[in-house]
Design a protein around this ligand. Structure first.
Ligand code: SF4
Ligand code: SF4
Length: 382
């Protein structure tokens, strides 16, 4: 095992990320108790924190890349330790100083984003192709809303329906919105969590310039990850816009009477709180409000919901890494959904959607549980 002792520069980066709180950790281990990894394997964040304080970190260990940045530990820590910032700093140290391996699949993803501005390595000229048949206008100065689809619905056929349905709903409500298409880039969320701070800054700056040049003031995002990045991270680079997740926007449209779900959907549905909408941004009610507005729909809660929701395993760049069978949080979550008796698991995030779709297929559960985006259910009820 390659112990690095003490890498002064590495320690400085970690100290900067963890601040004073890093030293207030008293090794109670509560973070490890709530970490979802310990439902499927072993991962002890408190040990990493202890090692970080001492500058005794094994930068070559796979553990460096395990954290899904779900924030369960951050919510639980009684001493306010910024565990995710420290995890990110460890990765930044590895990438910046070249002192450990980066998982191959993540390395390829970051290379794709650097080259063609999307994680899937797709042609940037085809970024708006998802909207070809939808008659969506290009965003121009004065348009009220920028709809930002996220790279995954824009390019990944399995997630495209999220963006298509959102657009149909916005059109139905008569919302003045547009898209930037080829002028936009990946928001950079995975890149930052994969430790490439320079690339994140380049992507963020490019998006901020594109938004500003086109007169964007309000952005509706498909992904909770884009939402979090635009809302909480772009302001560090002077990118200040009004940002809402599409479920918040839909809840407003329903309240204002601009969308009226009238068709009965006699379904038992359970809702999965995405980590970046829920724990990271305290948005728990609006997606439920949209679901509750649907006549006939019965909303039931899973064993872990709201602040205690179980992560799907897709955050922190994990969506781009291979996770061994038996170690996927999404398999556990799908079973929790089935245990409620629901026939539909409703999601609000492209990563969750992909992970749960994979889980129902690999676990042979597609005959008992359907995965649907909240927007799809609303669309069916109109
Ligand atoms: S919960 Fe907080 S104080 Fe306790 S071990 Fe984890 S980081 Fe340290
Ligand atoms: S953020 Fe989530 S996955 Fe990462 S260490 Fe904390 S509890 Fe575990």
């Amino acid at each position: 095992m390659a112990r690095v002792t003490p890498y002064k520069e590495a320690l400085e980066v970690i100290e900067e990320a963890g601040g004073e709180a890093l030293y207030s950790c008293y090794q109670c281990g509560l973070c490890s108790d709530v970490c979802p990894w310990n439902l499927v394997a072993t991962f002890m964040p408190h040990r990493l924190i202890g090692e970080s304080k001492l500058g005794l970190v094994d930068f070559e260990s796979e553990a460096m890349w395990q954290c899904a940045t779900c924030a369960a530990c951050v919510k639980r820590c009684p001493r306010g330790v910024a565990l995710i910032d420290i995890m990110r700093a460890l990765r930044r140290t590895i990438v910046g100083m070249g002192i450990g391996p980066v998982p191959e699949s993540l390395r390829v993803t970051v290379k794709n984003i650097a080259g063609v501005k999307n994680p899937l390595g797709e042609d940037p000229a085809r970024r708006a192709d998802w909207a070809n048949e939808l008659d969506v206008k290009a965003f121009t100065e004065g348009t009220e809303i920028l709809y930002f689809p996220c790279c995954v619905p824009a390019y990944e056929p399995k997630a495209r329906r999220m963006a298509v349905t959102a657009v149909n709903l916005l059109k139905k409500a008569g919302v003045d919105f547009g898209i930037l298409g080829t002028a936009e880039s990946c928001c950079g969320e995975s890149v930052r969590k994969a430790g490439d701070e320079d690339l994140f800054t380049r992507l963020a700056t490019s998006n901020i310039d594109a938004f500003t040049k086109n007169g964007v003031q309000k952005i509706v995002t498909a992904s909770p990850h884009c939402y979090h990045t635009f809302k909480n991270e772009y302001p560090e680079l002077d990118g200040k816009f009004e940002v809402v997740h599409y479920t918040q926007y839909l809840a407003d449209l329903i309240r204002e009477g601009r969308l009226k779900p009238t068709k009965e959907l006699p379904l038992k549905v359970t809702y999965h709180d995405s980590c970046y909408l829920g724990r990271h941004n305290n948005i728990y009610e609006e997606p439920r409000e949209v679901l509750k507005s649907i006549p006939g729909l019965e909303l039931v809660e899973m064993e872990n919901s709201r602040e205690n929701a179980l992560c799907c395993g897709g955050g922190g760049g994990r969506i781009w890494q291979d996770t061994k069978k038996g170690e996927r949080f999404s398999d556990v979550r799908v079973q929790q959904a089935i245990d409620t008796g629901a026939s539909v698991l409703a999601t609000v995030c492209p990563y969750c959607l992909l992970n749960f779709e994979d889980s129902v297929l690999s676990e042979n559960k597609s005959d008992v549980l359907q995965i649907k985006d909240v927007s799809e259910l609303l669309w069916e009820a109109l």
